[in-house]
Every structure is written in structure tokens, then in C-alpha cells.
Design a protein around this ligand. Structure first.
Ligand code: DSN
Length: 482
């Protein structure tokens, strides 16, 4: 399911590029080659990773990188931006067409940056403060530095309601380690303690009580669909702006797996995403929004972003063009189908999954029944060549560092062409490793949360079985480097 490409041309392009790089700094050329070898030889199951196409990757290595272009299309703070205008407009046009969005802003350098742009736009658009009238301004965007001093005090206590971290929410949804937790007074909604599912009545009750300015929907570790029509009803009832962070599942939206009530774009006032996860583009971010937020969103640079990375915007345009092809819908459906196969394969072998299944691209394993932490599971799986990441489960007794969970996603291996048979085998390999992992004992006699032993020969046996699967579905087939 890799995006089709001309292997001979891609091989020549990369080989020549590496030789040019090696003539200046061979260590870097070596690291680039080694990364391809590593990616080819491991079972990549990190839910937020993927493999972009050679066309997308090659688009990032060129002279577009040398151009400054702060501002927006047709309104730049530098001369000579006509080609960057073409790039940015093309990417935005593809994004609008792909997602059916009235407006798209493709400059954010990452998901966090996209969220910052969105937060700024919502504050700028929504704040009605006596301080504005006091200084004779209609809009936050019109304030002078002096006005800001007054307004900062009057803006206090803006509220944000988002999913709790242990239910699968994201740090940028109002949590303290991120600026969003400082800009906003945050409250979280969790999931039902019995089912692990989002309880919309509980979200509505929290919204009625808390009256947030921003209701955030979206997640990085919740294995289910979200009904965005219901979330919008809740937002409307309490006068909140609905912001959806679809970073994880943008590929499922683009590929029409999530439609109707489950497609965030028509329901949210502002939708943010990264472009490199299930969407399979270059590393970066993007904001889609309703027309009334467009002017503030377009002020993202220089309000909260540095100058646009034109080479990355160009690669976004290429990846979005790929995602508009029918083959991407086949890919997205396979990502979701493979997640179901993986979930069933794990559950039939006795693994406990949060929510007892999946409706998207990821599954969240609760590994506590193996007597190990998420950290031990993550490390033991890595020893065996299976790349995952530990993740808290709801109400996690081991906290956010050691955790009791492991998050596993299907986008990357689906790009390699893995199907139901392969994902069932992957489930078997994961269970073999977890079953053979035992915590060591601390000097005080308690089980360690970090150290472990893995049964003799399990890592080698798993690597050999993985290699068979990986050989059957090579990454970038036909791409050869000397
Ligand atoms: N780091 C991304 C993830 O792995 O989900 C989200 O920020």
C-alpha cells in the first residue's frame, strides 16, 4: 500500500543525494542510510508514525528552504515570494478539497504549533472584554502593546474543557507542561470507568457547570470514534468554540472512514492536525476552520509561529494530492480493518484492551495482568524488534512515567502492505514477548517497575518471525542504495 513510485528513479535520486551529502559530512549521510535500514528491519507499531512516499520526502530537500516568507499568500513581509505563494496556495487548496473545509492554513510546523494558532485564533475571535471598549479597540488583533497590558489582566480565567490525559487526551489540550495549561483554566472530562468509552452526558454536564470558552475533542490514545455532531451540540448549548485536534486520525477522515457525525471538519469551528501520522505526509501541522476564524488563523505567523518552512508546505501539497486519490481511501480502510484484526488477535490470546476493542487506527493494551509495567513491556518488545510506546491507561496505578499500558497502531505497517494474516501474527508475537517478560526484584524485595528479564531465546525467535513478515512486505520496494 505504499504510494506507487518509480523505484529506479527514486533509487538514483537518493543515491546521488547521499553522495552529495557524504562529500561534506559523511556521518550524516551514514545516519540517513542507517535510519532506512532500521525502519526496514523493525515492526513499527507506533500509532503516530508512518512512512511518507518518496515524492513527499524528496520534496523537502531543495532551495524552497532558503526563502523567507513570513505572512500569508499575497501578503508577505519579504520580496520575491511568488513561488512560495504557489506552494502555500496549492497545499491549502488540496487541504480544503480533501477535507471539505472552508479555510486551510498549512504553515504550522507541528501539531503543537497548529494548536497554538488555533488557541490564539479562538481567543482573538471570542474575547469580548470591557478592556477592549476601554481602549477603543473592536478586536484583540487591534490592540497596541499598551492596550495588551490592560487586557492581559482582564482576560483572566478563560476556560478549556478537554479529554483527560489518562483517558487519551493530549498535553496541548490544557495541561500544565504545555502553554495551553497556562493560557487557560483547564478542566478534563474522562471516560466511563466500566466501559472506557466517552460518556457524552458526562461531557455535557461538565460543560454546563464549567462553561468553557473552548471545548476540545480529539485524542492521542483513545481507541474509539468520537461523535463530533454531539460534541458540537454540547459546545453550542454552552456557547463554547468546538476545537477538534484530529492529529491522530486525520488519515481516517481524509480516507472517508470517518464520515457524517464522525468527521470533525463540518462540526468543529476549528480543526487542527499534524500531517505525518495516519495522513502519511511530511512532519508538520495544519489548521482548518470555519470562515469566521480564518483571519485570526492566518495571523499564526508571526503571532506564534516562525517563518513558514516552504519546503515542508510543498511536501504537504504533494502528500495531500496523494491523499485525494481513491487509493488512499483503500489504505485508510485497511488501517482501520487491520486495527480490528490486531485487537481481536490480542484479545483472543488473553490481552486486556482498553474499551475491549478499537474503531480507529490504534489499540491500547493494559499489560498489568502480566505483572509488568508499560515501560517494561515497551522495552521487552523493543528487545524483540517490535517498536511501540508505553502509554497510561485510564486511572493508571503506575502513573504517566511507568504506566500500565502500551499503545499500538496500524498506519505504518499497513503502508508496508500488512493485512489480516500479518496482523494476527503480530498479535501472536506481542503476546509471546509479554508472556515471557518478568520484572526483576528490587533490593527491598518489591517487583521493579523498570527492570525485567525476557525469557531465553524469545527476542531472537521474535526477530526471526518478524523478519519473515517484513521480507514479505518490503519498505519502499525496489529502492536500493549502494
Ligand atoms: N507525539 C504524538 C503521539 O505520539 O501521539 C502526539 O503528540
Amino acid at each position: 500500500m505504499t504510494q506507487p513510485f518509480d523505484a529506479a528513479k527514486a533509487s538514483a535520486a537518493y543515491q546521488n543525494a547521499l553522495e552529495v551529502i557524504a562529500s561534506v559530512e559523511p556521518t550524516i549521510a551514514g545516519a540517513i542510510k542507517a535510519e532506512l535500514a532500521d525502519q526496514r528491519s523493525s515492526l513499527k507499531l507506533i500509532a503516530s508514525e508512518n512512512y511518507a512516499s518518496p515524492a513527499t520526502l524528496l520534496t523537502m530537500g531543495n532551495w524552497l528552504s532558503d526563502k523567507y516568507a513570513e505572512g500569508t499568500v499575497g501578503h508577505r513581509f519579504y520580496a520575491g515570494c511568488q513561488n512560495v505563494d504557489t506552494v502555500e496556495q496549492t497545499a491549502a487548496d488540496h487541504a480544503k478539497a480533501l477535507f471539505g473545509a472552508p479555510h486551510a492554513y498549512v504553515q504550522p510546523h507541528s501539531g503543537i504549533d497548529a494548536n497554538l494558532v488555533a488557541f490564539w485564533a479562538i481567543l482573538a475571535q471570542r474575547i469580548e472584554s470591557p478592556a477592549l471598549a476601554e481602549v477603543g479597540a473592536k478586536h484583540v488583533n487591534d490592540l497596541s502593546d499598551e492596550d495588551w497590558d490592560k487586557l492581559r489582566k482582564a482576560l483572566g480565567d478563560q476556560r478549556m474543557l478537554g479529554m483527560s490525559l489518562d483517558a487519551g487526551g493530549h498535553l496541548t489540550h490544557g495541561f500544565r507542561p504545555n502553554i495551553s495549561g497556562k493560557m487557560f483554566n483547564q478542566r478534563s472530562y474522562g471516560t466511563d470507568p466500566e466501559t472506557g468509552l466517552l460518556d457524552y452526558d458526562a461531557v455535557a454536564a461538565a460543560a454546563r457547570e464549567f462553561k468553557p470558552l473552548v471545548l476540545i475533542a480529539g485524542y492521542s490514545a483513545y481507541p474509539r470514534k468520537v461523535n463530533f455532531a454531539k460534541m458540537r451540540e454540547i459546545a453550542d448549548e454552552v456557547g463554547a468554540t468546538l476545537m477538534v485536534d484530529m492529529a491522530h486520525f486525520a488519515g481516517l477522515v481524509a480516507g472517508k472512514v470517518f464520515t457524517g457525525d464522525f468527521d470533525p471538519v463540518p462540526h468543529a469551528h476549528v480543526t487542527t492536525t499534524t500531517t505525518h501520522k495516519s495522513l502519511r505526509g511530511p512532519r508538520g501541522g495544519m489548521v482548518l476552520c470555519q470562515p469566521e476564524y480564518a483571519d485570526s488563523v492566518d495571523r499564526g505567523c508571526p503571532m506564534v509561529l516562525g517563518g513558514p518552512l516552504s519546503q515542508t508546505m510543498a511536501a504537504k501539497a504533494v502528500a495531500l494530492a496523494e491523499a485525494r486519490r481513491p487509493s488512499f481511501q483503500t489504505y485508510a480502510q485497511a488501517v482501520a480493518d487491520n486495527a480490528v484484526t490486531l485487537a481481536e488477535g490480542l484479545m483472543k490470546r488473553g490481552v486486556k484492551l482498553v474499551t475491549d476493542g478499537t474503531e480507529n487506527h490504534l489499540v491500547l493494551l493494559d499489560v498489568s495482568s502480566y505483572g509488568i509495567t508499560g515501560r517494561q513491556a515497551e522495552s521487552a518488545l523493543l528487545d524483540a524488534g517490535i517498536v511501540t510506546n508505553r502509554n497510561a491507561v485510564p486511572r493508571d496505578a503506575n502513573g504517566a512515567w511507568y504506566t500500565s499500558g502500551v499503545r499500538i497502531g496500524t498506519p505504518a505497517l499497513t503502508t508496508r502492505g500488512f493485512g489480516a494474516d500479518e496482523f494476527d501474527k503480530v498479535a501472536e508475537l506481542i503476546v509471546d514477548v509479554l508472556s515471557a517478560t518478568t520484572p526483576t526484584t528490587t533490593p527491598a524485595g518489591a517487583p521493579s517497575k523498570a527492570k525485567y528479564t525476557l525469557g531465553d531465546g524469545v527476542a531472537d525467535k521474535t526477530r526471526a518471525a518478524s523478519a519473515e513478515l517484513l521480507d514479505k512486505h518490503p519498505l519502499y520496494p525496489g529502492l536500493e542504495l549502494a
